[in-house]
Design a protein around this ligand. Sequence first.
Ligand SMILES: *[C@@H]1O[C@H](CO)[C@@H](O)[C@H](O)[C@H]1NC(C)=O
Ligand SMILES: *[C@@H]1O[C@H](CO)[C@@H](O)[C@H](O)[C@H]1NC(C)=O
Length: 301
Amino acid sequence: MKKMVISPMAFLPFITALISVFLTSSQAAAPKTSFEDNFSIMFSENHFKTSEDGNTWFLSLDKETGCGFQTKEKYRFGWFSMKLKLVGGDSAGVVTAYYMCSEKEAGPERDEVDFEFLGNRTGQPYLIQTNVYKNGVGGREMRHVLWFDPTEEFHTYSILWNNHQLVFFVDRVPIRVFKNNGEKKNDFFPNEKPMYLFSSIWNADDWATRGGLEKTNWKKAPFVSSYKDFSVDGCRWEDPYPACVSTTTKYWWDQYDAWHLNDDQKKDFAWVQRNLVIYDYCKDVERYPKLPGECSLSPWD
Ligand SMILES: *[C@@H]1O[C@H](CO)[C@@H](O)[C@H](O)[C@H]1NC(C)=O
Ligand SMILES: *[C@@H]1O[C@H](CO)[C@@H](O)[C@H](O)[C@H]1NC(C)=O
């Protein structure tokens, strides 16, 4: 991670974040679930493995194919979280995606919320790309570098989703805030369709690393990404749809406090903005001479 130029002082906000992770981790110990309870394999059963105790899952990619899994249930609003450890070493061209999507196949009307991890050559930093789709329209990418090497340990990647905001978290640090505008209908904020949660690994050396310049080194295959501690605290889709949105604290992810960042989160978010953002579609006036309307919504509100 030599390439990251971050002064040691810049890490200060993280001390608060780390302490709060530490304090909340005991209460957050969710009951263990086995893979089959909540997930099914989307493709390539034979590229999927679990650890002996069943708690860690491995997806692998080789020249033949990648692999992916998805939740059996759909959800609309909640807190979605999982620990991932990414492919290490020479992983240029390899993309691990962790995302929510309203459809099993990427259809033209889908809503989608993405975390994508773009591998790199040995010793060069991974990028994390996030994106949001509404009714099949995306193009809302942001890219960040991370403040750690995501291939060394498991880290937690989470999505907070309610009708007011979508927040992407890495180890409880908010790295991206995507706001709704409070109006009944809009063409940018996914809030109507329930979504499955997916993860997959595949070869994207046509675009991922330095715009497709770096090709996947198949001598290093299989590429393996690892997963554990899936947890959802959200509204499971049922028919008829349950009234998950209520005033009880049970649905904390839909309460006033979850409609905007709190003060500590704002400090961390400011640090991320200053040090880690390397691409923001809302600043790309070459691509969007007229910036999309949602770009005028403030993440600080
Ligand atoms: C996972 O599956 C179990 C068993 O079907 C169920 O009780 C639990 O609510 C599911 N978890 C989620 C997050 O949907
Ligand atoms: C890979 O490393 C290079 C050189 O440090 C960097 O420019 C690039 O943004 C990194 N990530 C990807 C996905 O290309």
